[in-house]
Design a protein around this ligand. Structure first.
Ligand SMILES: *[C@@H]1O[C@H](CO)[C@@H](O)[C@H](O)[C@H]1NC(C)=O
Ligand SMILES: *[C@@H]1O[C@H](CO)[C@@H](O)[C@H](O)[C@H]1NC(C)=O
Ligand SMILES: *[C@@H]1O[C@H](CO)[C@@H](O)[C@H](O)[C@H]1NC(C)=O
Ligand SMILES: *[C@@H]1O[C@H](CO)[C@@H](O)[C@H](O)[C@H]1NC(C)=O
Ligand SMILES: *[C@@H]1O[C@H](CO)[C@@H](O)[C@H](O)[C@H]1NC(C)=O
Ligand SMILES: *[C@@H]1O[C@H](CO)[C@@H](O)[C@H](O)[C@H]1NC(C)=O
Ligand SMILES: [Ca+2]
Ligand SMILES: [Ca+2]
Length: 387
């Protein structure tokens, strides 16, 4: 008995020592960066269903290493949601159940990521300065002149987000590709349960996202199957280069806005909805001082409507929406640029419009905490796209 209690005492003493010494090192290093007390936090949430028009998350991980930790964490949640959830019989029984380690084997790995934040906030394990030194030359490439421009940072963000998007598509595809041939047929594709479980009139089904027309438009080579590229377009039509899919998106927009169901968008339908979206896009949504004075806006709206209404019949058709469809459904590049602008506005201390390595090192939390720390509420609020 006394042996045991001695061991317990020693253990507790050691733990206290460790705690004290950790606090000390944290305190001594906190003077170097004025905002050192902020903790890095991984995004804790992710959505199991991807709604193509309103992707719920446009935070882009600046650092691929963090994206990797987040991805692994997400994949675990994904597996649990789709393979361990006994309620989810929607996708039928698949041999896939055998591939994913059932229960026992998945658990220890999951434990690794519970402590991810401790890992990130331990300066000896995750050295932000060192990461920035390492990443800088990978961003400063066009040209490699010792400065990161807005263009370079946008490109970097875009690459990070595209990798993430493709990964999610791949995972989503696994769910649908029942015969594992790397292709999804319309037959194999079944809408997510939240779409099927809602009645036909509500958001989702009625919008046509999951319908055959959408599928066909995404099938660029028309072979009746979607490969990874086509399936990615299917899920993210705003980023596609496929003209048929863009055309479909325009048609869908008309269908969605056409409240009086005459097949076209009249001025009223345009003014209450579309015009605001275009305006927000053009203002880069940084100006939150939106005048709510409708009268002041009606005249510019009418002028703009007339410009779009090429055949001057008083209605906008799907073809006439083509010039603004990119503003109604902003692409990944748009969000990548928005984030680059935000980062530069925060970290460009000498205001020359570009970042030096020193500027980056001096504002580490713009690159890390601003994106990951959910307590950091103040200036990260430009996500106006949620309607
Ligand atoms: C994640 O999101 C869901 C719904 O979107 C919410 O109910 C849940 O509380 C969120 N979890 C966390 C940890 O934020
Ligand atoms: C972090 O990395 C920088 C640059 O590589 C180095 O000078 C510094 O000593 C490192 N800090 C710690 C705590 O390892
Ligand atoms: C929705 O409509 C389809 C036919 O268009 C029908 O087969 C299905 O049962 C309907 N679902 C609900 C929930 O009403
Ligand atoms: C989609 O394409 C298939 C042939 O590839 C065709 O049979 C089907 O009618 C098309 N559906 C729609 C809604 O266009
Ligand atoms: C998918 O098919 C398209 C043609 O429709 C092709 O351009 C693309 O490279 C293919 N993608 C993959 C991943 O095979
Ligand atoms: C925001 O609005 C002010 C005046 O209302 C204007 O001077 C400024 O240029 C606008 N900024 C952006 C980014 O549109
Ligand atoms: Ca450069
Ligand atoms: Ca600068």
């Amino acid at each position: 008995m006394s042996k045991v209690s001695v061991i317990i005492y020693i253990t507790v003493a050691i733990l206290i020592l460790i705690l004290i010494s950790n606090n000390n090192t944290n305190n001594s290093s906190s003077n170097r960066h004025n905002r050192r007390h902020r903790r890095l936090k991984l995004r804790s949430n992710f959505t199991t269903t991807t709604i193509p028009t309103t992707p719920s998350d446009h935070h882009i991980s600046f650092d691929p290493l963090i994206a990797d930790i987040e991805r692994k964490r997400e994949d675990k949640q994904w597996e649990q949601a789709h393979y361990f959830n006994k309620d989810d019989h929607h996708h039928g029984d698949r041999d896939h159940h055998d591939d994913v380690a059932p229960g026992m084997e998945a658990q220890p790995e999951w434990e690794d990521f519970i402590d991810a934040e401790d890992y990130l906030n331990d300066e000896h394990k995750f050295n932000i300065t060192h990461r920035l030194v390492l990443l800088f030359p990978r961003i400063d490439v066009d040209p490699a002149d010792g400065f990161v421009s807005e263009h370079e940072l946008t490109q970097w963000n875009l690459e990070q987000s595209q990798r993430e998007v493709l990964h999610r598509t791949q995972r989503e595809m696994e769910l649908h590709d029942k015969n594992k041939d790397g292709l999804v047929s319309f037959h194999e594709y079944s809408p997510p349960s939240w779409v099927r479980d809602t009645d036909n009139n509500s958001f989702g089904y009625d919008m046509g996202w999951w319908k055959e027309e959408h599928f066909n438009a995404s099938d660029a080579d028309g072979d009746g199957f979607l490969n990874l590229t086509e399936f990615n377009d299917f899920q993210h039509p705003a980023d596609t280069k496929n003209p048929r899919l863009i055309q479909w998106l325009c048609k869908e927009e008309v269908r969605e806005r056409d409240t009086d169901k005459d097949g076209k968008v009249n001025f009223k339908e345009f003014f209450h909805g579309l015009f605001d979206l275009v305006r927000n896009y053009d203002e880069e949504s940084h100006n939150s001082s939106h005048e709510s004075n409708n009268d002041a806006l009606e005249s510019p709206a009418r002028k703009f409507f007339a410009e779009l209404d090429k055949d001057a019949d008083g209605f906008l058709s799907d073809v006439e929406l083509l010039p603004i469809i990119g503003k109604l459904h902003p692409s990944e590049r748009y969000y990548a640029k928005q984030q680059a602008d935000y980062i530069i506005s925060q970290a460009d201390t000498d205001k020359d419009g570009r970042l030096s390595l020193t500027e980056m090192i001096d504002s580490p939390y713009v690159f890390y905490s601003a994106i990951f720390n959910e307590d950091d509420e103040e200036d990260y609020e430009y996500h106006d796209e949620f309607r």
